[in-house]
Design a protein around this ligand. Structure first.
Ligand SMILES: [Fe+2]
Length: 326
């Protein structure tokens, strides 16, 4: 009970009490609730352990034979260690100690439930958007899944972490979700668009960005959706960003989006051969596309010649959610 534990990701609670049975109960309850526990049998030991371990919270018995909880508290507040001075302290009496420990356990359980609810809501929201996109335009829905698969692979090939690549994958999956707001007469028109229709079509980046506006901690994702039609030379839309002003995720999506569109059948033409698509990307490197990313995509495609196009498994959202709602 008295050894100093290794600090992990869990919050460390120091429990100072002269009653060993209460310390045992505290350890049992707090560890079950997901906290890291450190016990101190009395005020002197409590001060020593507080200084050595700098806990996140201190539970402090008021009545102790060597130094009272009040004296321990005052010494902590006079500590030269700023973190220790600011450490929350809950003063306990014999009557309320068990009650307080149980309340902490209940708070932890409630937080866990809220996290699960937020995760379910997020997954449902993304699935709803994808379903609506498929209903509106099955090509765009299918294309988005293919872009998501390839964008994740390219992101990892570029050295991004798995978490960053998962953000890019989700951004790619939702990059054209704003097309839900584009009239079908424009979205599915087999002929060339008029100038006015082009302007209507271009608004899909704003529709998409706004659709994600209410989702917390999604700024990076919204930026990918908003800027995936920017050009490396600044001639894209909507903001005319150029070079590395364009978020990396948006640049990855841009090059993969163009590649997949070229190698897919469209209402107005058959799929282009891969060699033609590669040549067109090469021609656009440095003007429309980030030239480094174009090279990386060629490397990736060469190493993953058998990369399948089409469906991806949306189950990855289940893993992604905890990352974004923390
Ligand atoms: Fe788009």
């Amino acid at each position: 009970m008295h050894e100093t534990p290794q600090r992990g990701k869990r919050k460390l609670i120091l429990f100072v009490d002269d009653d060993a049975s209460l310390l045992r109960l505290g350890r049992l309850t707090l560890e079950r609730a997901g906290y890291e526990f450190l016990g101190a049998l009395g005020g002197q030991e409590g001060l020593h352990r507080a200084r050595a371990s700098r806990p996140d919270l201190i539970l402090l018995d008021y009545m102790m034979p060597d130094i009272s909880g009040k004296e321990v508290f005052e010494q902590l507040r006079r500590s030269p260690d700023l973190k220790l001075r600011r450490t929350p302290v809950v003063m306990l009496t014999a009557l309320n100690v068990i009650e307080n420990v149980l309340v902490l356990s209940q708070i932890r359980e409630r937080n866990h439930q809220l996290e699960l609810e937020a995760r379910r809501s997020f997954v449902a929201m993304v699935r709803t958007l994808i379903t609506l996109l498929f209903a509106k335009d099955s090509y765009t829905g299918q294309h988005s899944k293919a872009v998501a698969r390839l964008a994740e692979g390219l992101a990892l090939h570029c050295g991004l972490s798995e978490e960053e690549a998962m953000h890019v994958k989700l951004g790619a999956l939702l990059h054209d979700v704003g097309k839900i707001g584009v009239p079908e007469g424009v979205l599915c028109k087999p002929d060339c668009l008029t100038v006015e229709e082009v302007a209507v079509m271009r608004r899909h980046v704003h529709h998409g960005e706004q659709a994600l506006a209410g989702v917390p901690r999604m700024e990076a994702l919204r930026a990918m959706v908003l800027h995936h039609h920017e050009w490396w030379d600044g001639n894209g839309y909507p903001a005319g960003l150029c070079g590395e002003e364009i978020p990396l995720g948006a640049r990855i999506i841009a090059v993969v989006d163009a590649y997949d569109a070229m190698v897919s059948d469209r209402p107005y033409r058959d799929a282009l051969p891969r060699a033609v698509a590669v040549e067109r990307l090469r021609a656009g490197a440095g003007t429309q596309f980030d030239p480094v990313l174009v090279g990386k995509l060629f490397d990736y495609l060469a190493k993953h010649e058998a990369v399948e196009q089409g469906e991806i498994d949306l189950e990855f959202l289940e893993e992604f959610c905890p990352v974004v709602i923390k």
